[in-house]
Write a protein that binds this ligand. Structure first.
Ligand SMILES: C[S@@+](CC[C@H](N)C(=O)[O-])C[C@H]1O[C@@H](n2cnc3c(N)ncnc32)[C@H](O)[C@@H]1O
Length: 163
């Protein structure tokens, strides 16, 4: 499989999983957290699909396309290993949807990073809330959900807080 194929699979899966999660959390209330702004493509998709919801973006350095840059008051600047615990104090367990796309090209590093941030993300979700990730996460109490048929296995993961 070429790198182009891998990239396309990731994008198709990301959109399918986000669309599923947006629909499944409709009407829940509570903030949405976008972890990793990057170019701002997924942020732009989220805000276009759910303009009525509050989307906070976590990023260590904003370098997004100007057309998809969040307002300053909705941007939580810094390393997520520090800003997630701060956000938990601020928001409590209220997030309806958390999307994380923080990984880079080094798969081993991505796994280690996912292990580090999983316990920081887990307590932020409200009951019924969903977490969508490009990397497999390591949660104790969130339940992995089936991904939509149009997503490619292993390219996107969905987890739910049931209790
Ligand atoms: C793959 S990009 C996100 C792409 C984005 N989903 C899009 O559609 O354009 C990953 C982003 O995560 C950010 N990031 C990675 N590790 C981080 C950390 N520890 N704290 C905060 N941001 C981080 C990087 O700066 C980068 O902008």
């Amino acid at each position: 499989m070429s790198r182009l194929d891998v990239f396309i699979n990731r994008m198709v899966s990301q959109r399918a999983c986000l669309d599923y999660a947006i629909d499944a959390t409709t009407g829940m209330g509570g903030p949405v957290f976008e972890l990793g702004l990057g170019n701002g493509r997924t942020f732009d998709h989220l805000r276009e699909r759910m303009p009525e919801r509050e989307i906070y973006v976590f990023e260590r350095k904003v370098e997004s396309n100007p057309a998809s840059t969040p307002d300053e008051d909705m941007t939580i600047l810094g390393d997520v290993r520090e800003t997630l615990p701060q956000a938990l104090k601020r928001f409590g367990p209220t997030a309806q949807l958390v999307h994380a796309d923080l990984g880079g090209h080094n798969l081993e590093k991505n796994v280690l990073f996912a292990k580090t941030i999983s316990p920081l993300i887990e307590p932020m979700l409200a009951v019924g809330g969903l977490m969508v990730s490009s990397d497999r996460m390591f949660f104790e109490n969130l339940t992995e959900q089936p991904i939509p048929d149009t997503a490619i296995q292993g390219r996107c993961f969905i987890y739910r807080r049931d209790i």
